[in-house]
Design a protein around this ligand. Structure first.
Ligand SMILES: NC(=O)c1ccc[n+]([C@@H]2O[C@H](COP(=O)([O-])OP(=O)(O)OC[C@H]3O[C@@H](n4cnc5c(N)ncnc54)[C@H](OP(=O)(O)O)[C@@H]3O)[C@@H](O)[C@H]2O)c1
Length: 283
């Protein structure tokens, strides 16, 4: 099949491209610039250059495409765009173009279903797009993945600097998932009918466990500062009050995740401790 991957240059999207190519699909990337890295280019049939917030630039991107997979979103990046522009607006524009071109299925990578996150702007923008997709007239699959290993790298970065700060006394839990496991779920969705798929990692870890795993990967003794969650929720409340959406919208999701349990059904196979060991060895 011919599959368009939006967000192909990102952490998850690049893994989806590789997984699809390994399964023999022909892959078109939607990218903002033509300079896709060479290993990724080797997996691609072609590239459509567009900023998906500019609907006109999407014209033709889905021509000849059977299935669209979108891993396009704003993840903590400094930009003038907001989650409503990208996570909802750009994906909606892509859905319209997919419909126009006669695409048969749209696979969307959303975010974990966790009650304490539902009021966060980024999650609300994604839920709105999910509603667009459900009423969009195309077959669809929505993936609900927990936090990626790429986000857990912040624990490793703190450990490298000598101290990891955890909130909620360190006892809050998450089962983060490797992007490669999410890519498998996305590629499965090309041919499988399930409309909703939760994706979590195999290990439920406390933040303290994650901090210790980061130090262990570096071969250093753990130095952990445990703060109560209210310090972070208080800082978030101030951020929301004093900064525009394009600033607090970027920070609200990753910080809110640190103040509560965030759990998804365990479907992934890869372990965070192995990822940390590999990342530590790579320097
Ligand atoms: N990170 C997590 O822990 C996590 C957990 C659950 C769900 N998710 C969701 O999974 C998706 C992928 O996350 P990720 O960590 O792979 O993020 P990422 O590495 O930042 O990748 C995001 C991708 O979206 C593209 N993009 C952003 N704005 C665009 C626009 N206006 N037009 C075209 N492309 C645009 C980026 O292109 P450029 O390379 O040009 O910037 C990039 O390819 C996101 O929707 C995210 O919310 C993430």
């Amino acid at each position: 099949m011919k599959v368009l991957v939006a967000g192909a240059t990102g952490y998850l999207g690049s893994r989806i491209v590789r997984e699809l190519a390994a399964r023999g699909h022909r892959v078109r990337a939607l990218a903002r610039t033509p300079d896709t890295p060479a290993p990724l280019r080797a997996c691609l049939d072609d590239v459509h250059i567009a900023d998906a917030t500019d609907a006109a630039s999407l014209a033709g991107c889905c021509d000849g495409v059977d299935v669209v997979i979108s891993a396009m979103g704003l993840v903590g990046k400094r930009t003038k765009q907001t989650c409503w522009d990208v996570d909802r607006g750009a994906n909606r524009a892509l859905l319209q173009e997919a419909r126009r071109a006669g695409v048969t299925k749209f696979v969307y990578v959303s975010v974990v279903r966790s009650p304490g996150l539902e009021r966060v702007q980024l999650v609300r923008a994604k839920r709105q797009f999910e509603a667009d997709l459900r009423s969009g007239g195309l077959a669809y699959t929505i993936l609900y993945p927990n936090g990626f290993f790429s986000d857990m790298d912040e624990f490793l970065a703190m450990a490298r600097r000598g101290r990891v700060v955890v909130f909620g006394g360190g006892g809050l839990r998450i089962n983060p998932v490797d992007g490669a496991d999410v890519a498998v779920a996305a590629a499965d969705a090309v041919t499988e009918a399930a409309e909703e798929v939760d994706v979590g990692g195999p290990d439920v870890l406390t933040h303290e466990d994650i901090a210790r795993a980061a130090f262990a990967a570096l071969g250093r003794p753990p130095r952990i500062t445990r703060l109560p969650s209210w310090t972070l929720t208080g800082a978030l409340a101030v951020l929301r009050r004093l900064t525009p959406l394009r600033v607090h919208g970027r920070l609200e999701f990753p910080l809110t995740v640190l103040t509560q349990d965030v759990l998804a059904p365990a479907t992934g196979r890869r372990h965070l401790a192995d990822h940390f060991r590999e990342a530590a060895a790579d320097g």
